[in-house]
Design a protein around this ligand. Structure first.
Ligand SMILES: *Cc1c(COP(=O)(O)O)cnc(C)c1O
Length: 469
């Protein structure tokens, strides 16, 4: 063993301690840290060192070059994209995932039982989201991969309806995909699955500033298919305006027509945690598959999301994901093994941060996180509505505010305003386009955000709007 590795292994306690101290310092000051930095750093073409520096020296290098540029993206005023924070319990679980470094596969054999933790985390999530145990779930890296996993099984289902084993034979027939306002990642998954991102039948939305699928237009298109099966990708919270498809109406359509119903509820699914908002996902349990992100509103570190696919489709799922030419892995239906049910083979114990956090805060804790985000988002929405400088582009439906500068004549200034606002480092939001207008999105999904943060944000916005006049 070379000296650098040998000495690192001898001082592991010291190394973990200095990392811990640095981590504590970061987390305890995250509220004051900038949400953006003026980053001019480019990757150094630095040669691989012949003899390594050892961890403590590397930490110094990291701290010199990168640490000061780390933005508080998991801090309370980062409202860009839909970015969650990490709860203390989830950080603890995440550290332990690395320490124990299990390859999470089966519930017995293979030398580890980490899949038991994953199955327990899935059961707790179903409980939290008030979904039935008829779903089989697993962890993947993000909602993109969850959409991919769900639609992959839908694709296999579609093939079977046409007596084709798509997993084996490839796609030999067109596949009908119906959707209104899918997330870009659902479209990306169609491209990865060989269905083609351009091959969607676009359904209208409901009238009146809505992003929800028009049930009437949907049924008209279904009838045009003349009884052919299809896959419906529906939305449980669109990213721009958090609109939900009418799941009760879709459930009724499912009684009449033959289709696979997928719901992308990456963050909107957490409406189920709130008594006031759970009506938004009423009847979603009738879907065949559901996507839920964990690194958003569950507030666990990246990369974490789950898929829920009805267990009755287990065979289709195995046909899609099994390692069919590896006999040493055994019969996939006889001994449950995650690698036969999702894209990855080797995988880390991704469920542990979620398991820790769900156990640490429980149903009540998560209800509170979700309701606090909605409260902050409503406060922010009220500020926009009552302001002379801003206007809402869509009604406040849950946790994301879609707004713009007030007045058509200010459209040219929206991007400049947002750049200046983000450059303050006090808050971060993302640009969007909605109804042919330039807009800004502010998504509230971080457990740390308080009313006080909303005040700091709105003050910064008001000040900037005055400067721009
Ligand atoms: C964020 C999001 C995704 C993609 O999620 P990743 O975790 O970034 O892969 C998919 N669908 C919706 C509705 C989202 O909000």
């Amino acid at each position: 063993m070379k000296e650098s590795l040998k000495s690192d292994s001898l001082q592991i306690e010291h190394l973990l301690n200095i990392i811990k101290e640095q981590g504590v310092e970061y987390l305890n000051s995250i509220s004051e840290r900038a949400t953006s930095v003026d980053n001019k750093l480019i990757p150094e073409k630095q040669a691989l060192p012949e003899e390594g520096y050892g961890t403590e020296e590397v930490l110094k290098l990291f701290n010199k070059r990168f640490e000061p540029l780390m933005v508080a993206s998991s801090g309370p005023r980062y409202l860009g994209f839909v970015t969650g924070g990490s709860t203390p319990a989830s950080v603890a679980g995440d550290w332990l995932s690395t320490i124990y470094d299990q390859n999470t596969q089966s519930v017995k054999g293979h030398g580890d039982i980490s899949a038991v933790i994953e199955l327990e985390a899935i059961a707790m999530l179903l409980d939290l989201l008030e979904l039935p145990k008829s779903f089989l779930g697993g962890f993947v890296t993000g909602a993109m991969m969850s959409n991919f996993t769900c639609v992959a099984v839908a694709r296999q289902w579609y093939g079977k309806e046409k007596e084709i084993d798509i997993a084996k034979e490839g796609i030999t027939i067109p596949i009908h995909i119906l959707t209104a306002i899918p997330h870009s990642s659902a479209i990306k998954s169609l491209s990865l699955l060989g269905i083609g991102s351009g091959n969607i039948i676009k359904i209208k939305t409901e009238e009146g500033n809505r992003e929800a699928i028009s049930i009437k237009d949907l049924e008209d298109h279904i009838q045009k298919l003349n009884g052919d099966p299809f896959i419906l990708i529906s939305s449980g919270g669109t990213v721009n305006t958090v609109d939900f498809d009418d799941f009760t109406a879709i459930r009724k359509l499912k009684e009449k027509y033959n289709f696979w119903w997928h719901i992308d509820a990456a963050f909107g699914g957490f409406a189920a945690c709130s008594d006031t908002y759970k009506h938004l996902v009423k009847d979603w349990e009738y879907a065949d598959s559901i996507t839920v992100d964990c690194h958003k509103w569950l507030n666990v570190p990246y990369e974490s999301a789950v898929f829920f696919i009805k267990e009755q489709y287990k065979l289709l799922q195995v046909e899609t994901f099994q390692n069919s030419n590896a006999p040493y892995l055994g019969d996939p239906l006889e001994s449950f093994n995650y690698l036969n049910f999702l894209p990855e083979n080797s995988r880390r114990l991704k469920a542990l941060p979620a398991w820790f956090s769900l156990m640490a805060y429980g149903k009540d804790g998560y209800r509170d996180i979700v309701e606090n985000s909605i409260f902050c988002s409503n406060q922010f929405g009220e500020f926009i509505e009552s302001s002379d400088d801003f206007e809402l582009l869509a009604p406040v439906r849950l946790n994301t505010i879609c707004f713009t500068l007030k007045g058509e004549e200010k459209q040219d200034m929206v991007n400049q305003f947002l750049e200046l606002l983000n450059a303050t480092g006090k808050v971060f939001m993302t640009p969007t386009n909605y109804n042919q207008r330039k807009g800004i999105r502010a998504a509230f999904v971080n457990w740390r955000t308080t009313e006080h943060d909303v005040k700091l944000i709105t003050e910064a916005m008001a000040e900037l709007a005055t400067d721009l006049k």
